[in-house]
Write a protein that binds this ligand. Structure first.
Ligand SMILES: CC(C)(COP(=O)(O)OP(=O)(O)OC[C@H]1O[C@@H](n2cnc3c(N)ncnc32)[C@H](O)[C@@H]1OP(=O)(O)O)[C@@H](O)C(=O)NCCC(=O)NCCS
Length: 167
């Protein structure tokens, strides 16, 4: 399968990632634990450097998410890849302006297909707040099912554990 939405993260992507964060603060503040109101272009540069190094080492895989105009509108990561168990955690976010058009569903679909064909990942899991309806829908559309429920977190959200076994 050709990956058309996801592209391995590159060092030069940092300014575009910061710009996507900057125009999506409200949603990211609500749903992404890493978001901080002080997040700036230096934060984006530091994270991209770390992410590209982790990608190269094979510990985690980080992709930019592109829209139809090839503009960066978000990030999708497969993290904490365990060579022993073949498990990896998926995380993703999109700029608010790019949401509601099926891009999240498509990005996760591409990540699953890519991982099945090109990695040793055999199970992908995710933690999603019960109240995050769009994110839950994205996973469920891609065949993920709920396998666990965690204690209410410090934000008052109930984290659901989703999982999908790859073919
Ligand atoms: C979660 C996120 C990636 C979804 O991306 P997206 O491109 O908007 O999602 P899609 O358009 O592919 O699909 C969203 C689905 O949720 C549904 N949806 C959207 N808003 C909804 C709502 N308030 N209640 C219920 N369903 C909703 C859509 O109808 C669609 O369902 P469908 O496939 O049955 O039509 C995006 O909203 C985002 O980045 N949010 C902020 C960060 C975040 O929450 N990341 C995930 C953390 S676990």
């Amino acid at each position: 399968m050709t990956v058309v939405v996801l592209r391995p993260l590159e060092l030069r992507d940092a300014p575009a990632i910061f710009a996507a964060v900057e125009r999506s603060r409200e949603a990211l503040r609500r749903w992404m634990v890493w978001h901080d109101d002080a997040y700036d272009v230096k934060s984006a540069e530091a994270w991209v450097q770390y992410a590209v190094a982790a990608h190269t080492a094979g510990n985690s895989l980080h992709f930019s998410v592109r829209d139809a105009d090839d503009q960066i509108v978000g990030v999708l990561s497969l993290e904490d890849i365990s060579p022993e168990t073949g498990r990896a955690m998926i995380g993703y976010w999109l700029a608010t302006s790019a949401t509601g058009r099926g891009l999240g569903t498509r990005a996760v679909r591409e990540a699953v297909s890519w991982a099945a064909a090109h990695s040793r990942i055999r199970v992908i899991w995710s933690l999603v707040a019960e109240a995050n309806a769009p994110s839950r829908r994205v996973l469920e559309s891609n065949g993920f099912t709920i396998v666990g429920v965690r204690e209410r977190d410090e934000r008052g959200d109930i984290p659901l554990v989703y999982e999908k076994a790859l073919p």
